[in-house]
Design a protein around this ligand. Structure first.
Ligand SMILES: Cc1cc2nc3c(=O)[nH]c(=O)nc-3n(C[C@H](O)[C@H](O)[C@H](O)COP(=O)(O)O)c2cc1C
Length: 403
């Protein structure tokens, strides 16, 4: 049935044998509007090696693509598991069962994590500095602890000069094309930034450490093959994704603003609109995001790429409205830096909502040059004027910061 799945040639001896998840829209709470891929790579050498596996339901697709190259999957000698998260390892037990490899390699923490998920899979642990010979080529292992899980590692194949980077430099993007140079740059930019914002933003200092350490590893990287999304094969594309990562990780404020709000009866929405108009009239690009129609990963993408984040919500049952509580919890965990913050909202009698937003912005280290602005029930014309002025002031301040 699945025998029509074919491998895609990456280099003379390396094939993409992964799976395309066209339909996934919720990836552990991250909205994957363009679907995703689970990339796996088949390396042909004296020891045939499979780099990574796929999510559980996609094993048939993986094995069929492997068969399209070597016929019999049991010809594979080694499997390397760079990352134990279930989108790459869910299919590993069934893959091992089908292939019966001589060895399966993972980092020492990877061995423990895979065992926690699936029981003893007979993993051989490998550390940074270790390499295995597969014939003409050698596969070197570099642990990248906490990028983005404790088990994470990347592998470098010297014969083909490929860095198999697991989740690093990846993005959620389903498509029939396998290489970054086959996609429109705006798609790569949006999905690349979205991936960084939602998976790596809180680990930004570690990303900078890794980027700084890369030249010292003396790897001649001519291709980066991540576990999600397209492969980077042209020198200019490799440069581009490395630069994008550095830009995201630096978290320098950008002359952009996001105004995210929730509302029950539109008072907070009206405040958000007046604020956004003030920000815009100061000359700052602004995005207004109603939390009823924008999920947390879309909001975080904008937060990571702006210098000013304004959050507004009504009070409900002595609490901030729940979808704003979700956003605040999520954004705080991803540790945005160097932001101007602003809290606003509407209430009826007790008004805890806005105060909770302001407290969370403080906890995130956001500077709040304008104090919390809350109105009782519907904003008056005077309130709207004041919100517009707040927007203008915050916009101007931001422009001064980014000068
Ligand atoms: C179910 C419900 C519970 C509410 N609980 C509170 C509350 O505990 N304290 C308060 O100050 N206002 C409370 N309010 C009033 C709202 O905060 C008020 O109507 C506000 O103007 C709503 O803003 P919005 O139009 O942006 O939704 C509640 C309203 C609703 C519908």
């Amino acid at each position: 049935m699945e025998e029509y799945f074919k491998a895609v040639k990456v280099t003379e001896n390396v094939y993409w044998v992964g799976a395309i998840d066209w339909s996934i829209r919720n990836f552990h709470g991250y909205e994957t509007g363009r679907g995703s891929t689970y990339n796996a790579f088949l390396v042909l050498d004296e020891k045939i090696t499979l780099i990574d596996s796929v999510k559980g339901p996609f094993v048939g697709e993986l094995l069929a693509r492997i068969r399209s190259v070597i016929g019999d999957v049991t010809k594979i000698d080694y499997i390397v598991s760079n990352h134990a998260e279930p989108d790459h390892s869910g299919g590993l037990p069934a893959t091992i069962e089908a292939i019966k490899p001589e060895k399966v390699f993972a980092s020492p923490v990877g061995q423990k994590t895979l065992t926690a998920y699936y029981g003893d899979l007979g993993i051989t642990p490998v550390k940074t500095g270790e390499a295995i010979s597969i014939g003409k080529g050698n596969i070197a292992f570099v642990e990248t602890k906490m990028l983005h899980w404790p088990d994470s590692m990347v592998t470098y194949l010297d014969s083909e000069k490929i860095l198999f980077s697991q989740d690093a430099f990846g993005m959620h993007l389903a498509g029939s094309r396998r290489f970054a140079d086959e996609y429109a740059p705006f798609i790569l930019e949006y999905e690349g930034r979205k991936y960084f914002a939602n998976i790596l933003n809180h680990l930004a200092p570690k990303v900078i450490e890794l980027l700084d350490a890369l030249p010292g590893l003396n790897l001649d990287i001519q291709m980066i093959a991540p576990d999600h999304g397209p492969i980077w094969r042209r020198p200019e594309d490799i440069r581009w994704i490395l630069d994008l990562y550095r830009d995201c990780a630096m978290q320098l404020p950008k002359p952009r603003a996001v105004v995210a709000f929730s509302t029950m009866w539109h008072s907070t929405e009206r405040l958000a609109e007046a604020l956004a108009d003030g920000i815009r009239s100061a000359g700052v690009e602004v995005k207004v995001m109603d939390l009823h129609v924008n999920d947390r990963s879309a909001v975080m993408t904008e937060v990571a790429n702006c210098g000013l984040m304004a959050f507004g919500a009504p009070t409900m049952n002595n609490q901030v409205f729940p979808d704003m509580a979700d956003i605040l919890c999520y954004v705080k965990g991803l540790r945005p830096k160097n932001k101007i913050g602003f809290a606003f909202g509407s209430y009826g009698w007790s008004g805890e909502g806005g105060k909770q937003i302001a407290a969370e912005l403080t906890a995130m280290g956001a500077e709040q040059p304008c104090e919390l602005f809350q109105v009782k029930y519907m904003p008056t014309a005077e309130d709207m004027k004041r919100m517009f002025e707040n927007g203008e002031k915050l916009g101007r301040l931001l422009l001064e910061r980014v000068k």
